[in-house]
Design a protein around this ligand. Structure first.
Ligand SMILES: CC(C)(COP(=O)(O)OP(=O)(O)OC[C@H]1O[C@@H](n2cnc3c(N)ncnc32)[C@H](O)[C@@H]1OP(=O)(O)O)[C@@H](O)C(=O)NCCC(=O)NCCS
Length: 127
């Protein structure tokens, strides 16, 4: 199954998902970058995509890294952040990734998500 299909399948399982949400899989030589933006909470004609998640899937290293997750204030605290992280984990597993490397200063969130601190702002989730 191709990566686009996997990414669409997994993001569309979220309650955050809206039919006009944007998904882009940008292919590079040994890796791809996955982008997801949601229009949740907005009028469809605005399509400003205020929140979402993007990250790299590296087929050579079998690792996912350079992730950035963001939700606007009005979407926070409703379980959508967890849904996004869990969708990334499912995508990583289905595409053969062995670990997710997190670079973030939001220490408490990633600890709560079960990520293990490696050093400084680097966390890891084994898959
Ligand atoms: C981090 C962020 C995506 C979380 O989104 P959210 O929708 O508010 O998170 P959820 O409501 O899904 O919370 C998921 C769980 O994490 C917990 N949680 C949320 N924010 C937390 C924080 N800052 N510290 C500790 N735990 C946190 C929630 O209590 C919840 O716990 P539970 O599922 O066990 O009940 C959002 O706060 C955000 O966009 N922050 C600014 C950008 C950022 O810091 N990004 C991370 C670095 S790249």
């Amino acid at each position: 199954m191709d990566i686009d299909t996997i990414v669409h399948e997994e993001f569309s399982k979220m309650s955050l998902w809206m039919p006009l949400d944007a998904i882009l899989v940008s292919q590079m030589e040994q890796q791809c970058r996955v982008y997801y933006w949601t229009i949740k909470g907005q009028r469809p004609e605005e399509t400003l995509y205020p929140g979402g998640y993007n990250f790299i899937l590296d087929y050579k290293r079998n690792e996912s890294y350079h992730g950035f997750i963001f939700l606007p204030d009005f979407l926070r605290g409703r379980g959508y952040g967890r849904e996004l992280v869990e969708a990334r984990i499912r995508i990583c597993k289905r595409t053969g990734m062995k670990k997710m490397i997190i670079e973030s200063t939001n220490h408490s969130f990633w600890k709560h998500m079960g990520a293990k601190k490696k050093r400084g702002c680097i966390y890891e989730i084994g898959l």
